[in-house]
Design a protein around this ligand. Sequence first.
Ligand SMILES: Cc1ncc(COP(=O)(O)O)c(C=O)c1O
Length: 629
Amino acid sequence: MEALLRQSRAMCPFLNKTSPATLRSMSMSTSTNTSVHSAAPGGGAMSNLQIIARRCPVMGKALSVQSSRVANSALSGAFGGTRAYHAKVPRARLHTNAPNQAQAHDIPAVRRDHAPFSPPMSRAQPAAANAQQHQHQHGVAPEPPKPVKFDYDAFYQNELDKKHKDKSYRYFNNINRLAQDFPRAHMSTPEERVTVWCSNDYLGMGRNPQVLKRMHETLDTYGSGAGGTRNISGHNQHAVGLEGTIAKLHAKEAALVFSSCYVANDATLATLGSKFPNCVILSDSMNHASMIQGIRHSGAKKMVFKHNDVQDLEAKLASLPPEVPKIIAFESVYSMCGSIGPIEEICDLADKYGAITFLDEVHAVGMYGPGGAGVAEHLDYETYANGRNPRGTVQDRIDIITGTLGKAYGCVGGYIAGSAKMVDTIRSLAPGFIFTTSLPPATMAGAQTAIEYQQAYQGDRRLQQLHTRAVKGTLAEMDIPVIPNPSHIIPVLVGNAEVAKAASDLLLEKHQIYVQAINYPTVPVGQERLRITPTPGHIKEYRDHLCQALDSVWNELGIKRTSDWAREGGFIGVGEKDAAAVEPLWTDEQLGLKDFKEDLKTGQGALGALENVLERERVQVGQTVAAAA
Ligand SMILES: Cc1ncc(COP(=O)(O)O)c(C=O)c1O
């Protein structure tokens, strides 16, 4: 009971501010009001806790359905009391079209339970007081006051006001990326051209000629939509082919495709967390909202460990009994700061404490590893590059890998990959997979082509890494504060929500550069930033333009430079005096920078030498893309 109370309390918007002692006493006390409103579903009086629960938007519905079922069976007379509480309505009856069955829900108890929650403290109370006074003065009972209805508009306005007040209100820009002119886009009119510097189409696969060709062909042959869920008419050769390719990509037995990786993460964690008995999910503090939501939906106990802190994770694992099922949920590349998870150490801890690992590779697939399978593959670069047996590699040790088809693969959709039994379990149990229409055939076919293209060709991700190095190098020379990290993400620290938005607006309006400001709640207050993501298409002309524009905006708005942060002792890696240098995950050797080293020896600066390499790469990649068309 105690554990149940604690769990319910954490999830409930009404009760989470109430102390356990109060909850306990409420669960044991009953209302003195004996009206029908406080009759327990199984007969008898409701506890005060049940009365409050009925007003909850989540529990209220469940209780009302339960009340209606119980009311029906209680009326039938045979099983009143506690047994009625557990009585089940046969499934088929709920699915019938017969009007008398459909009315099962339309009983007064249900209407009561849908009463507005938290009605505005409006006319109702003064009216009641006036009525009492009226009766007292005139001895005649007046008309009862009309019930006050929930003010939906006031509710929306209040929520929006809160977002404006804490500066977390989101403004969307109308950006129409041009397939023939990547990474250029136009705004609301075709004449308003801008360069996009914050797209997650990290490799420009959204315009890859092979992907587009396959999508056009599939669209013409099989039409626009899948026509159903996977179970009912939406399973096809495209899903089979795509899942086979994903399983191969990650060297796993099986894979399963979802509408998005948000859904994949949510559905998988919610299903496993709720099905494993007494499951505990250990979650990195910087995990994406999709995982946080999945954990919430599972109802499992959650333990948050400090970002990338294996000591903290181990302390938490050690506090749990060995027999308890545990899932460690974390990411490879954290997209807002570019940090990379300690995957191998986490696998070691999982082995030691009997946990399974759930790794989100959303910001890594396509871009790391010799085949583009992500950071886990990258950590055993040689093994995979040389086609050796992958058993025992870091990727092999991960139990569940999740990825997206919507970022580096340029399409849309998400997936999980792992053992055949795990995948079959999710396929069989996860509502987020079962009860939704499959991805369109053309999307699945395009995504499969994108994965296969990136498995076979390294040029795009090498160029992406080289452009990233070039931008980071130039910004460092310009004293523009980049949060150091080993990945392809360039988070430029601003440190204030309004200034970050002003910087983004100025870049767009004055310099025709689109970089979205990243504010709370995506990043903590005070760590607001511009998040820049170079792609293979960000050639020197665009990079020079970006760096000069940033320099100009930093001057115009008086934003702190790296040296300013250093004078204050540094902040989140920016301007920190004794911070160790952060090496990129892609090493010089992996990027094939032999000529780069030669150029350095001839006395060119690092950036000059890098530009030479980039020019050679640009020509090669251009030829490959043209050949693929
Ligand atoms: C870490 C992480 N996981 C999952 C997702 C969701 O992926 P998708 O866009 O496929 O829904 C995102 C989306 O941005 C993400 O950043």
